[in-house]
Design a binder for this molecule. Structure first.
Ligand code: HEM
Length: 224
């Protein structure tokens, strides 16, 4: 007999789980996420077309920075899904992880394109020189390269083709991507490190949670 008393299940958990089991609710929530996720890009497009002053004195920098922030934020949101599922017991949250990860990749591509177009004016020589000689660009580039196979293999078809364990191993790369993203931000900032430190702290908590969870599972496996 187990000596650990089962914790009472909070009543809201069943309600949320039941809601997330309904296709309409999930589709509605996904539509809200898409609208919120695209809002910064729509704002940039609006400003470029109708009100360039909204982008400040250095529009290229504003666009590159906004899209860089979104890339890192969506990565962290997607990484937070598993801890949130485990802590709240709401398994249905998994339904949103893929789209959050894909938005991270989408913003990463827009971020790179903004840098290539607005900062380097498509001059390939300068871009290659930057990737080779400026460490923060090298690291950002590496992060985006590593994100690519994760985005490509995010479909059900690829999970089947690779098999669950191999797919899980490959997708552990997301931690390396997030670390590189934080290092990229840390290295590009010249004075005020507040924001890179905040992103770094959030990532450290998520990584620590993963590490503790993996250790608990290993210990249990060894004991059994
Ligand atoms: C090909 C890859 C990349 C290139 C060339 C690149 C380039 C840049 C550049 C030029 C800046 C602005 C620097 C400045 O204004 O001084 C920047 C900012 C930033 N990038 Fe990237 N980046 C890349 C990938 C990434 C990735 C994958 C992430 C996230 C995981 C990311 C996150 C950020 C963040 C958070 C900022 C700062 C935003 C802010 O200041 O608020 N970048 N990046």
């Amino acid at each position: 007999m187990s000596r650990v008393a089962a914790l009472p299940v909070p009543p809201w958990r069943a309600t949320v789980e039941a809601a997330l089991a309904r296709r309409g609710v999930v589709a509605g929530l996904k539509a809200v996420i898409v609208a919120l996720a695209l809002f910064p890009l729509a704002t940039i497009a609006w400003a470029m077309l109708f009100d360039p002053a909204m982008l400040g004195a250095n529009p290229a920098e504003t666009i590159i920075r906004t899209t860089g922030d979104r890339t890192l934020q969506f990565l962290l949101y997607s990484l937070a899904i598993t801890p949130l599922r485990r802590i709240t017991g709401i398994g249905g949250l998994i339904k949103f992880r893929r789209m959050l990860g894909l938005f991270a990749f989408f913003y990463g591509v827009v971020h790179l394109s903004s840098y290539v177009g607005f900062d380097r004016f498509f001059v390939l020589d300068e871009i290659v020189k930057d990737v080779v000689k400026r460490p923060f660009i090298t690291v950002g580039f590496a992060a985006l390269v590593l994100m690519t196979p994760l985005a490509v293999t995010s479909t059900k078809g690829w999970i089947k083709r690779l098999g669950g364990p191999a797919w899980n191993r490959l997708h552990k790369l997301v931690y390396a991507v997030a670390i590189l993203g934080v290092v990229h931000y840390w290295w590009l900032v010249k004075r005020d490190l507040t924001w890179p430190a905040i992103y770094g702290a959030v990532l450290a908590v998520l990584l620590a949670w993963r590490f503790m969870k993996a250790r608990t599972v290993r210990t249990r496996t060894v004991r059994n």
